[in-house]
Design a protein around this ligand. Structure first.
Ligand code: DLL
Length: 437
């Protein structure tokens, strides 16, 4: 891209000292807002002996207590909401089961700021009102579709709200309406690329120029594959429901780390074991404080994503700190086909269905699609069944897991004592995908 483009140039290129001053000013107000309106967080602050008056700027951030996903589950559905319900206009929610879901609330202003973050990401890949933006992230509770849809409107692109799946229709609309920017998960982008190839549509024949891909880990190799398959530049975008959704950070033309929208989200990295704040440049767990959010203003939220922050100058001209691709998680959450999965959810189903807790989970990526295999040991009593009975038991267990997770596993019932026992902690999950470099 020759000409440098920003959606909000004065903010995106603001000198670091100025951003920090802005963050301090917002933090002081936000802590007071949360303390006054969220009894649960007020309780955490009181327990730690910290009052809003103790926060004079971002240098005091470390005094505030952390929030974790457990706090969010504990306060399900609305214990962390900081404004009257009458001021909320939307909820979004994480993938996962009812008990595990996190419900995020938004005021109209929250939605506007979130969409602006997505608009910054679209403009960063060269998007203008001349573009046709095909949004193939899921719509509904998932933040991917609604977030990029809103960003695309703000930029003035012609928006194709395709949602995920139905590949033939995606290809038809992409071709007939001349889509230039594609937004979806990287695995779906790769799948779409393969499907185009099968239909004999070459990368030169499609109208796409850029893609905005995120919501799951992907490698540099996968980026190169997608770029080749679709004949585009493929950009990363990061975010999480708890903090708003996609657009917490996004890649610029340098494709070298994602700029965090620092005017809205204050980022730290911490040691996941001790909670100690690490200097920028060290690998640690990413923690976010929402500086502007009204309805669901999480302070020091532990994302469990492990990554490195870097503040060296970026030649795109943006000054906001960059994060590397997440390098893993400090909990056991897996992201399979875009769905957040905890191994304990699978264990719950097995036990409910009368199986032993001797199982193993294998995740892989075949032809750019995630696979989930669950191996479950039968007891001596269960094993005397016929092959027909076992096959039907596998099917019904697969259905039960699908109901819990929303994704289809391959279930393999295996003979008693055939799954290796571990001497220490059970190692139940093998993730064969190479998800980061
Ligand atoms: O995945 C929001 C999103 C939608 C981001 C569309 C980008 C594009 P959740 O479902 O709440 O929200 O999942 C959040 O997904 O904590 C990371 O572990 C992971 N994740 C998100 N983006 C990336 C990425 C959306 N670019 C969780 N690379 C986060 C690696 C990502 N992991």
């Amino acid at each position: 891209m020759s000409e440098k483009r920003y959606y909000q140039p004065e903010i995106e290129t603001m000198p670091t000292e100025q951003i920090k001053a802005l963050q301090s000013e917002k933090l002081i107000k936000q802590v007071k807002h949360v303390y006054d309106n969220v009894p649960y967080y007020r309780g955490l602050m009181d327990k730690k002996g910290v009052k809003p008056e103790d926060i004079h700027g971002i240098e005091d951030l470390y005094k505030l207590p952390f929030l974790t996903k457990d706090d969010l589950r504990d306060q399900y559905p609305d214990g962390l909401v900081a404004v009257p319900k009458s001021e909320c206009v939307r909820i979004q929610s994480t993938s996962g089961t009812t008990g595990r879901r996190v419900v995020a609330f938004y005021t109209q202003k929250d939605i506007d700021l979130w969409e602006e973050c997505c608009a910054r990401a679209i403009v960063a890949v060269g998007g203008t009102n001349e573009d046709v933006c095909q949004v193939a992230y899921g719509y509904g509770l998932f933040t991917g579709g609604p977030g990029l849809n809103g960003g695309s409107h703000k930029v003035g692109c012609l928006t194709l709200p395709m949602s995920s799946g139905n590949t033939d229709r995606q290809i038809q609309f992409m071709t007939d309406l001349g889509a230039t920017i594609l937004c979806c998960t990287p695995s779906y982008a790769a799948y779409l690329g393969e499907s185009l190839k099968e239909k004999g549509i070459s990368p030169e024949q499609n109208t796409l120029k850029a893609g905005i891909f995120g919501a799951e880990p992907w490698t540099e190799e996968m980026r190169r594959d997608i770029e080749k398959l679709l004949g585009i530049k493929a950009y990363d975008i990061y975010g999480l429901t708890e903090i708003s959704g996609p657009g917490v950070s996004f890649e610029c033309e340098e494709q070298n780390g994602m700029h965090i929208n620092e005017d809205h989200f204050l980022a730290e990295t911490i040691d996941p074991d001790t909670g100690e704040v690490l200097p920028e440049g060290s690998k640690g767990e990413l923690v976010f404080t929402c500086l502007d959010k009204e309805a669901f203003p999480l302070l020091r939220y532990r994302t469990r994503d492990i990554c490195v922050l870097k503040r060296d100058k970026c030649s795109c001209g943006r000054t906001h700190v960059r994060m590397c691709k997440p390098m893993g998680r400090s909990d056991d959450m897996l992201i399979i086909r875009g769905v957040n999965v905890f191994p304990s959810q699978i264990e719950t189903v097995l036990l409910n269905e009368g199986y032993s807790p001797n199982y193993k989970i294998e995740v892989d990526r075949v032809n750019n699609t995630d696979t989930l295999d669950v191996y479950v040991e039968l007891t001596e009593g269960q094993f005397s069944d016929t092959v027909k009975a076992i096959t039907s038991a596998e099917k019904s267990l697969a259905n039960a897991i699908k109901t819990m997770l929303g994704i289809n596993p391959a279930v393999h019932l295996v003979p008693p004592k055939s799954i290796a026992r571990s001497e220490g902690k059970a190692v139940r999950v093998t993730d064969k995908r190479k998800l980061h470099d």
